[in-house]
Design a protein around this ligand. Structure first.
Ligand SMILES: NC(=O)C1=CN([C@@H]2O[C@H](COP(=O)(O)OP(=O)(O)OC[C@H]3O[C@@H](n4cnc5c(N)ncnc54)[C@H](OP(=O)(O)O)[C@@H]3O)[C@@H](O)[C@H]2O)C=CC1
Ligand SMILES: O=C(O)CCC(=O)C(=O)O
Length: 418
């Protein structure tokens, strides 16, 4: 795993925004520290009867603007600093798009591809029981992230409801529709990435139907982004998963690749189609395209490869894909970076709709979900681009300034007692 500490990235980005806004450290200090960090260890019975101990986390970064909100990640390399960074990004993300949440994130250190479905369910239920004192529809609402999905959210909801003695769908979002999930949530993050790409290209005067796009990661975010960006008329020339990537200058057949990947365990290194070349993830990042959408993990664009990037625009589908050092190189090269806290906010926006539906026992239709998502995203995109133009700062600095201002205002209104 990488040696870059994503939480250091977060702190540097906050300090930069604070200095642009002329804030004293006492004004924004609370945004530099998570409110709560819970580390848990818990046993899980394996299918062969042995017991393994797993480590997990739930970090609540901020509740200044509302209940904490953020996904749960299952990954073998996860650590507390990564979860702290992911929780802080949630706080800034919810603030920049103006939904009434703070930020949180959870994780279990596990490679879920090595577990059976029954083991995964036992692990999820035990982890839920361990973080149960922190979560709940009024205080902290988990959702899917890397290697978790609707089924995992269903097990979390069931375990939490068993502990409370009645059904509490609003404790998690990203659930299957049948138990209170929202139409449109599975596609929401990718839809938000598509909206951000479409609007950013419009503002930059690049026709979307002529754009050549490379996408790293073909999970929930990457694969839906690929599908919806292709529907804008753009050519998806490269995609990848953990095993490597595919490239075709003529454009890839995204529906065939999505269909191939729908079988659990399949990897792109084994995908074969005439005219499609195999490339590495590093080659994908530096391949010739107009738009790069990193939609996999943190720290993929660093000072080691930033100078070789050829695209005009980077739309960050993943959280934290670009290091601070790489950001500076990209700025010097004139590459526009649309930051994660804006570009991938579609997921949490529709999670908010799901939670609102759960609290009111209402069901919205998919058209209403997608239209409202589009409106919220377009407003936030306009605000971020406007401040970027007015202050001549990067889009990331602009997004952080807008979010930080809201966070500091909320903190000041609530006050610090005594
Ligand atoms: N799900 C959501 O709603 C949201 C997710 N995000 C962020 O988007 C990113 C992707 O999340 P999501 O799509 O949900 O996760 P998934 O687990 O669905 O997909 C992750 C994808 O990234 C690939 N991948 C994993 N590690 C690497 C690597 N080292 N190099 C290249 N590719 C890799 C995986 O390959 P393989 O499957 O072969 O392992 C998979 O294709 C994360 O940063 C997440 O935090 C942000 C907002 C919301
Ligand atoms: O939908 C959510 O609540 C959070 C999704 C998430 O984890 C993220 O935006 O990074």
């Amino acid at each position: 795993m990488s040696t870059y500490n994503p939480y250091d990235n977060v702190l540097e980005t906050i300090r930069n925004a604070a200095s642009i806004l002329g804030l004293a450290e006492s004004d924004y200090a609370t945004t530099m520290y998570p409110e709560r960090e819970l580390k848990v260890s818990f046993p899980v019975m394996m299918d062969d009867g042995t017991v393994k101990i797993f480590e997990g986390y739930r970090v609540q970064h901020s509740s200044s603007r509302g209940p904490c909100k953020g996904g749960i990640r299952y990954h073998q390399d996860v650590n507390i600093d990564e979860v702290k960074a992911l929780a802080a990004w949630m706080t800034f993300k919810c603030a920049v798009v103006g939904i009434p949440y703070g930020g949180a994130k959870g994780a279990v250190k596990v490679d879920p591809s090595k577990l059976s479905s029954a083991e995964l369910q036992r692990l999820t239920r035990r982890y839920t029981a361990m973080i149960a004192p922190l979560i709940g529809p009024d205080q902290d609402i988990p959702a899917p992230d890397v290697n978790t999905n609707g089924q995992v959210m269903g097990w979390i909801m069931d375990t939490y409801s068993m502990l409370k003695g009645h059904a509490i769908p609003g404790v998690v979002t990203g659930k299957p529709i049948e138990i209170g999930g929202s139409l449109g949530r599975v596609e929401a993050t990718g839809r938000g990435v598509m909206i951000t790409t479409r609007e950013s290209l419009k503002k930059l005067g690049i026709p979307a139907d002529k754009a050549r796009v490379a996408i790293q990661g073909m999970g929930n975010v990457g694969s839906i982004s690929a599908k919806l960006i292709a529907e804008l008329g753009a050519k998806i020339v490269a995609v990848s998963d953990v095993s490597g990537g595919l490239y075709s200058s003529e454009g890839l057949n995204i529906s065939a690749i999505r269909e191939y990947l729908s079988v659990r365990g399949r990897l792109l290194k084994d995908y074969n189609e005439p005219g499609v070349n195999h490339i590495t993830n590093q080659e994908l990042i530096t391949c010739g395209a107009d738009v790069l959408v990193p939609a996999a993990m943190e720290n993929q664009i660093t000072e080691k490869n930033a100078a070789d990037i050829q695209v005009k625009v980077i739309v960050e589908g993943a959280n934290g894909p670009t290091t601070v050092a790489a950001d500076k190189i990209l700025e010097e090269k004139g590459i526009v970076v649309v930051p994660d806290i804006l570009a991938n906010a579609g997921g949490v926006v529709v999670s908010y709709f799901e939670w609102v539906q759960n609290l009111q026992s209402l069901v919205w239709d998919e058209d209403e979900v997608n239209k409202t998502l589009n409106r919220i995203m377009c407003k936030a995109i306009d605000e971020v681009f406007d401040l970027h133009t007015e202050k001549k700062i990067t889009l990331r600095a602009s997004a952080y300034c807008l979010a930080l201002k809201k966070l500091v205002t909320a903190k000041n209104i609530r006050g610090i007692f005594p």
